[in-house]
Design a protein around this ligand. Structure first.
Ligand SMILES: Nc1ncnc2c1ncn2[C@@H]1O[C@H](COP(=O)(O)OP(=O)(O)O)[C@@H](O)[C@H]1O
Ligand SMILES: [Mg+2]
Length: 302
């Protein structure tokens, strides 16, 4: 098959890992930078121009879209959808996953346990909302945070107020969440491919931090999920409409809580921690799904 990895950097670990896995299984692999695609609409006809020529003959697209280029990425994925090319992630699923509030609304509505959270558009409501979620400390998050970079722990009301004020003033949307103290700076990351949980690990924040992102210096060890956690992870991924996802869970005194479903989960940390060839499992899944997709399309055309 001819597979395209949509990625901004051929040198990135996850991109390399997918390319290697694809070559190993005999596929023709290419990297396309979604930031440098030109898209053409002519009535129902669509064209995607990359490096000066129309891209054709693609059997499957594997999007790896970074948070800073979500909209460009979604637009390119949508163009492939219009071209009836199989893509591992749908554009609407990407957009849904990149908004923390929208994701939590959907997950909570579907009965997936999530921390008590509120969306705030004016500082005046902060006080009463904090009381509703059980008091201080609280975690304040930018809706589009990644790698823990927009996640702040506030243990005083005046700190929370200042942070919220600054975010609102600079037109950044935010949520405020109950702090799950008993998780002690640890969370569990599960990697799911085509409905199957293929790997899981426990990440522990660096001394003096509560954020367990590997980009923040956290350490990781393999960690099995409980049956309840497995159920929750599978359900969360299904609700978000993702085939591949990294689901983050906090172990609270009231049971597991989903804090995030990552649409383009990094492969480096989890592959090196668990020794599992996740890229290989992704490629196998793409093969199966792209084949099904193609035969379905053929039947439809007849
Ligand atoms: N409500 C919370 N209580 C305790 N720790 C949290 C909470 N929310 C996030 N964290 C910690 O902060 C990290 C980053 O938060 P997350 O919501 O995943 O944002 P990002 O998308 O930036 O990774 C999590 O992995 C977790 O370790
Ligand atoms: Mg996270």
């Amino acid at each position: 098959m001819r597979m395209i990895v949509l990625s901004r950097g051929i040198g990135l670990y996850s991109t390399q890992s997918l390319l290697r896995a694809g070559y190993r299984r005999g596929h023709e692999m290419d990297v396309v930078d979604h930031f440098h695609c030109s898209l053409l609409l002519e009535g129902k006809k669509r064209t995607l121009v990359y490096q000066g020529s129309p891209l054709s003959g693609v059997d499957a697209v594997i999007p790896r879209i970074g948070a800073s280029v979500t909209f460009e990425g979604a637009s390119v994925i949508r163009q492939f959808e219009g071209l009836s090319v199989y893509t591992l992630m749908r554009s609407d699923a990407l957009l849904r996953a990149r908004d923390k509030w929208r994701s939590l609304q959907l997950l909570a509505a579907a009965g997936v346990p999530v921390p008590r959270t509120f969306y705030l558009s004016r500082t005046e409501d902060l006080h009463v909302m904090i009381e509703r979620i059980g008091g201080l400390p609280v975690v304040i998050k930018l809706l589009e945070s990644t790698h823990g970079a927009g996640v702040i722990l506030a243990d005083r009301l005046d700190t929370a107020k200042s942070v919220v004020e600054a975010f609102i003033r600079t037109k950044q949307r935010l949520i405020v969440q109950e702090f799950i103290e008993e998780s002690k700076g640890a969370d569990v990351r599960a990697l799911i491919v085509g409905g199957q949980i293929v790997a899981s690990m426990k990440r522990q924040a660096m001394e003096g931090d509560f954020r367990s992102n590997l980009h923040r210096g956290a350490t990781a060890v393999p960690e099995p999920l409980t049956e309840e956690e497995e159920k929750i992870v599978r359900r969360a991924t299904r609700i978000m409409g993702l085939a591949v996802a990294g689901v983050d869970i906090l172990r609270s005194k009231d049971g597991p809580l989903v804090i995030e479903v990552n649409a383009s989960p990094g492969l480096e940390g989890i592959e090196t921690t668990t020794g599992i060839d996740i890229a290989g499992k992704i490629i196998e899944y793409v093969e199966r799904s792209a084949r099904k997709f193609a035969s379905y399309n053929q039947h439809r055309k007849k």
